[in-house]
Design a binder for this molecule. Structure first.
Ligand SMILES: [Zn+2]
Length: 45
């Protein structure tokens, strides 16, 4: 699974648990979540 913003690989732990979260059903890595505000994330995905 890849981050919808930076396209880096998002690590998956188990069954749909990822190191990051889903925004509008798209994976966003934890780095991008720190880097961008929620509004910026919504614009970018
Ligand atoms: Zn990312």
């Amino acid at each position: 699974m890849k981050c919808s913003i930076c396209h880096e690989k998002v690590e998956e732990t188990f069954l749909e648990k990822i190191k990051g979260s889903f925004v509008k059903k798209k994976p966003v890595c934890s780095n991008c979540q720190k880097k961008y505000t929620k509004e910026e994330i919504l614009e970018k995905i």
